[in-house]
Design a protein around this ligand. Structure first.
Ligand SMILES: Nc1ncnc2c1ncn2[C@@H]1O[C@H](COP(=O)(O)OP(=O)(O)OP(=O)(O)O)[C@@H](O)[C@H]1O
Ligand SMILES: [Mg+2]
Length: 314
């Protein structure tokens, strides 16, 4: 069991409203309202906890609507190192109709000022070094620049930590230049961050080689239902093809893959086993409305269905 810190700079309160059919402009009656504390780092934390690890969660939380987050942290036994900021954590409203259509309305997050930014850095200086790894995941809230994220990665590295980064856009671009230990972009995120195509195996090899020169040991590129490629410095490049599964919701698939990779690497599992289990955990996420390791037997079945092979160049 390892001790892992996850940092979610811009968490979200997911509000799912179930209704038969949305009538815009009318009074609608909902069948149910579900509230979930979410955000990529918090999702990763939950899967890591399912895998038996001790987790500390950090980042910024709006102080006016923190109840669901506090309840989750207590229920899951997370050490809470979040900095509270004035205002509300953003709410992402999902209007889910009977026919499967989902309308998303994503709210703005709180503004994170210099004082709160410094408070987080001070807190991390105090607590981070006692962890085996740190996962920085998700988007940036208002007030936080991509350069700040880059500095954060550098600071965590200086504390001696293995830094795992999963973000997108300018934040990913800047974060990559800080040379984290592991990154897990999907192909589109990587294309955008590098400004060059990564659709062929050759272009992915070239991109991964470039990222390795920045000091990134593990480049994990995810391709949705087409699986995942793992470029690791000094080791064989592997590709995993997940088994065909019925998709209930892809929410948390990337976070599950990331948690599985961190789990295998930190636990010193073989590369083949690490990628197989991580891919199975991600496949399990898509079979559920939520995510997480709810059924150990199903996980074993999925693991047996993953095809891991060496990714060879043409
Ligand atoms: N339909 C699917 N069937 C099986 N596995 C899937 C499917 N979709 C995604 N996965 C698994 O989940 C992993 C991550 O998915 P994806 O590449 O979509 O990540 P992502 O875009 O980062 O997702 P997220 O939106 O959660 O951040 C894939 O590499 C794959 O292993
Ligand atoms: Mg993702």
């Amino acid at each position: 069991m390892a001790k892992i810190l996850t940092i979610t700079l811009n968490p979200a309160l997911d509000l799912t409203v179930r209704l038969a059919q949305l009538e815009p402009g009318d009074v609608n009656r909902s069948q149910a309202l579900l509230t979930h504390a979410a955000g990529k780092g918090i999702n990763v934390a939950q899967v890591l906890a399912d895998l038996g690890h001790k987790v500390t969660v950090s980042g910024f939380l709006g102080e006016d609507n923190q109840q669901a987050f506090n309840a989750l942290f207590t229920r899951r036994g997370f050490a809470d190192a979040f900095i509270r900021v004035p205002g509300e954590t953003r709410s992402n409203i999902k209007l889910a109709e009977d026919d499967g259509r989902v309308t998303d309305i994503n709210g703005p997050g709180p503004h994170v000022n210099d004082l709160a930014q410094q408070a987080l850095l001070d807190k991390l200086d105090q607590i981070a070094a006692s962890h085996d790894a740190v996962v920085v995941a998700g988007s940036l809230p208002r007030g936080i620049s991509a350069q700040w994220l880059r500095e954060l990665v550098l600071r965590l590295k200086k504390l001696g930590l293995k830094v795992i980064l999963d973000t997108s856009g300018e934040a990913l671009k800047e974060g990559l230049s800080a040379g984290p230990w592991l990154v897990k972009p999907n192909a589109e995120e990587l294309r955008e961050a590098l400004g060059r195509p990564v659709d062929s195996v050759e272009s992915q090899v070239a991109a991964a080689t470039h990222l390795q020169t920045l000091g990134i040991s593990h480049v994990v590129i995810s391709h949705g239902a087409d699986g995942v490629s793992w470029f690791s410095r000094g080791a064989q490049t592997l590709h995993a093809q997940p088994p065909k599964v019925r998709v209930a919701s892809t929410v948390g698939a990337g976070d599950s893959l990331l948690a599985g990779m961190v789990h295998g690497l930190i636990s010193n599992h073989s590369p083949e086993q690490t990628l197989r289990t991580a891919t199975a955990i991600a496949a399990m996420a898509v079979t559920q409305i939520g995510f997480g390791i709810s059924d150990a037997l199903q996980l074993t079945t999925l693991e047996n269905g993953v095809d891991v092979r060496a990714l060879t160049q043409e």
